[in-house]
Write a protein that binds this ligand. Structure first.
Ligand SMILES: [Zn+2]
Length: 231
């Protein structure tokens, strides 16, 4: 496992990324791509089955791939996994594979990264059923405060959608959430993580350095301390 250094910009969810100076990345590996971590990259990885790429014919193959390859230390989280009502197979199949990944996250002591579009009731219902010890990190969040607080009250963390978080209308939401529950990401968009930190620190009314320190603390809480506790 690699660790972020103090002063790094943590980009909690990215795809196909290349290592960058002063940026600590969690690169997301999707099982249907069959990609494995590059152990020389200095990056950490999440690995899972994205609901868009799931169907009746590949569910077992993809789950097998994740089970076989997510045990290594370079894989710090399971996911992105989740629910999408706009794209992908039936919600029943999505739920089945999501919950298998949630159980694997518990078995391996690795947090779960969540993709969720218009399926919050399903997500919360799965959380109630599984009662995970591992924190769940909802990436790409662009919802309302009430929803964010509902998720946070269930021990989840929120990473904002890169394109939403830089808009003026996101400021109110950012200010209203506990800063020890948030993360920032580029999601493979090519967005500049440094610009995102600048905007969000301004919204909260702290310096970029203070925000980096806070996100480092959040990172430690979710990825280091929690996983050590379960070993
Ligand atoms: Zn993603």
């Amino acid at each position: 496992m690699h660790y972020p250094h103090p002063g790094d910009y943590i980009d909690i969810h990215n795809h196909d990324s290349t290592p960058a100076r002063d940026v600590f990345i969690i690169d997301n590996l999707m099982a249907h791509e069959g990609r494995l971590p590059d152990l020389e990259s200095g990056m950490n990885y999440s690995m899972g089955i994205h609901p868009w790429f799931l169907d009746d014919t590949n569910q077992n193959i993809l789950m097998e791939f994740v089970r076989n390859n997510a045990t290594g230390e370079a894989i710090t989280a399971i996911g992105e996994a989740g629910f999408d009502k706009l794209k992908g197979p039936s919600i029943d199949l999505q739920r089945l594979i999501f919950e298998q990944q949630a159980v694997l996250s518990e078995e391996l002591g690795k947090p779960l990264v969540i993709h969720c579009v218009k399926a919050w009731d399903e997500l919360v219902a799965s959380h109630k059923r599984i009662k995970p010890d591992m924190p769940w990190l909802v990436h790409g969040f662009r919802g309302k405060k009430e929803l964010a607080m509902q998720l946070i009250s269930r021990n989840m963390y929120i990473s904002f959608w890169f394109d939403f978080v830089i808009r003026p209308e996101a400021t109110k939401l950012i200010r209203s959430l506990p800063v020890d529950r948030i993360f920032l990401e580029t999601d493979g968009s090519g967005a500049d993580i440094k610009e995102i930190y600048k905007k969000v620190s301004g919204d909260i009314g702290i310096t970029v350095e203070e925000l980096k320190n806070q996100i480092l603390v959040n990172y430690s809480n979710i990825f280091i301390i929690k996983s050590l506790n379960t070993e």
